[in-house]
Ligand binder design. Structure first.
Ligand code: ATP
Length: 237
């Protein structure tokens, strides 16, 4: 079966500086795929390239539909939703307005309202904070809001960039439980970038390792977990 996302020979640059050198990466339908690597390896850049935020070359297909040459909005409309590092919520807007912005393509007001309610079911704390400015939320609540906003567009593929960054372990566990639920119960496909490799491999079925803009290993998550050399060389353990 063709993968949901198929990336081939993807290169990307910031101006004259090339940071991805022809990577191949697939996300299977209904899988969580982890993209792991050290600081500066190119993980964030890979996600940015996939959702159209970086100048790129190579081919990308979502469910067989080429994404090459498309801008961020068209890519989002096709079903790829990005939760950037640093969350990217609109800090001066309320929680609910942030969610509403995530549903910007939804013209049916009833559906929009029911989508917002669905996010409150996932993240009840957001309902309690619905009228608060997003900038006043705790780090964990802001991450929940960023994820909720990304889910508002009913994505087929969720790109998560360092969702655990800066959060207390208890909050991380809570958020990852939601990712697991979204994947296992709703079949949402996820491409997950994480510094915390153990955490990522615990939820992922597939994994890629990236080093200075090149994929150096790919395989099932267990094969990374069980490989001493890979763990020592790339994952610091
Ligand atoms: P980290 O976890 O530290 O963010 P990463 O694996 O996500 O690491 P990237 O942020 O994608 O790595 O960075 C890949 C390379 O691109 C690095 O060499 C970095 O210095 C460079 N880079 C990142 N952002 C920019 C930018 N805005 N302009 C120029 N170079 C950049």
């Amino acid at each position: 079966m063709t993968p949901l996302l198929q990336v081939k020979k993807l290169s990307a640059s910031y101006g004259a500086i090339t940071v991805l050198h022809g990577i191949d990466l697939d996300v299977k339908r209904g899988s969580v795929t982890a993209l792991l690597g050290a600081n500066g390896a190119g993980k964030t850049s890979a996600l940015r390239a996939i959702c159209g935020l970086l100048t790129r070359k190579g081919s990308m297909e979502l469910d067989g539909r080429p994404l090459t040459g498309m801008g961020t909005e068209d890519i989002a409309r096709l079903g790829i939703s990005h939760v950037p590092d640093g969350r990217g919520t609109f800090t001066h807007l309320s929680v609910e307005d942030n969610l509403r912005l995530g549903g910007i393509f939804q013209k049916d007001k009833k559906q929009l309202a029911s989508d917002i309610e669905r996010m409150y079911e996932y993240f009840p704390i957001l309902k309690a904070r619905r009228l608060q400015q997003a900038g006043l939320l705790s780090g964990g609540e802001q991450q929940m809001l960023a994820v909720g906003r990304a889910l508002m567009s009913h994505p087929r593929l969720l790109l998560l960039d360092e969702p655990s960054f800066g959060l207390a372990p208890k909050v991380v566990a809570e958020i990852f439980a939601i990712f697991r639920q979204l994947n296992e119960k709703e079949g949402l496909s996820i491409l997950l970038v994480e510094q915390n490799a153990a955490l990522a491999l615990d939820i992922a079925q597939e994994a890629y390792l990236i080093e200075t803009g090149r994929i150096v290993f790919s395989g099932c998550a267990a094969s990374v977990q069980n490989n001493e050399d890979i763990r020592r060389a790339y994952l610091g353990g």
